[in-house]
Design a protein around this ligand. Structure first.
Ligand SMILES: C[S@@+](CC[C@H](N)C(=O)[O-])C[C@H]1O[C@@H](n2cnc3c(N)ncnc32)[C@H](O)[C@@H]1O
Length: 258
């Protein structure tokens, strides 16, 4: 993410090149979500929050005669994903909560994205709107309790006098929703749920500071002056137990539009 300014999509921009280098766990989780998505190979599939394209590439392999519509709200991510697309695929800069497509898609895939969208009711309504009747939604995102130790460390430091003038009053940049509330929201949007479940995943980043800068800390750094970036990253990582392990909790969604 960069300088905290909203992009034309209204979503924040990401450091796409660095994310692409570090997104090993996201790719691993994305593979598992993709395995759940049954495909003939000729469908049109939306990759909702495609990022730099590491998982989009795997989706493309599953669609030799089909098409991927890769959507992201970050201009840098959309530029980066173009590098993995074929001529028949499409990259689109859009905020998922406002997404409109020319024709409905056969399926929606999404990995490591929904928790960055704070209004899940609006998100699910829009996804339902661009999916054809009978189409599947297979997704995974951060769920309730995700990276709780890290969240506690960031929250505690937001009140620290060095950072508070810049961070006071800012909302958490993510929404780690639980199963019950997501069930209600999906059904309200018109989806029929096949399965909805929480799954713990541990990850020990080889270089925690570099990894957190481009993922969980990016939107905090956007708000801080440059000379406080290293200080904040050091303070967060220094206040967490060693070795620094991230206890991810993933929320899995298997649903369809009736
Ligand atoms: C952690 S990355 C995941 C990228 C990719 N799916 C993967 O598995 O590597 C989250 C992505 O969601 C995108 N994103 C966040 N909020 C969004 C929104 N409201 N609309 C569209 N994209 C959004 C970000 O720009 C970012 O590329």
């Amino acid at each position: 993410m960069s300088d905290g300014e909203l992009t034309p999509s209204g979503a924040v921009d990401w450091d796409a090149a660095t994310y692409d280098q570090l997104a090993d766990p996201q790719e691993e989780w994305g593979r598992e979500v993709l395995e759940r998505l049954e495909l003939r190979g000729d469908e049109t599939v939306l990759d909702a929050g495609c990022g730099s394209g590491r998982v989009t590439r795997l989706l493309i392999e599953r669609l030799p005669r089909g098409k991927v519509i890769a959507v992201d709200g970050s201009p840098a991510m959309v530029d980066q994903v173009r590098g993995v697309l074929r001529p028949q695929d499409e990259a689109l800069l859009a905020n998922l909560v406002d997404l409109e497509l020319e024709a409905p898609v056969d399926a929606i895939f999404s990995n490591a994205t929904f928790h960055w969208v704070l209004d899940h009711d609006r998100l699910f309504r829009r996804l339902h709107g661009v999916l054809r009747p009978g189409g599947r939604l297979e997704a995974q995102c951060g769920g309730q309790g995700n990276v709780a130790e890290f969240e506690r460390a960031v929250d505690a430091l937001s009140g620290d006098e060095r950072f508070a003038p810049y961070l006071r009053g800012t909302l958490l940049p993510w929404k780690f929703a639980g199963v019950g509330e997501t069930e209600v929201r999906l059904e309200r949007a018109g989806f029929v749920i096949a399965r909805l479940w929480i799954e713990p995943k541990r990850f020990q980043p080889p270089d925690p500071k570099r990894y957190l800068r481009v993922t969980g800390l990016a939107s905090y750094l956007d708000r801080l002056p440059d000379d406080l970036h290293d200080v904040f990253v050091d303070a967060v990582t220094g206040s967490m137990p060693r070795p620094l392990v991230l206890d991810y909790v993933r929320l899995n969604i298997s649903a369809r539009r009736p």
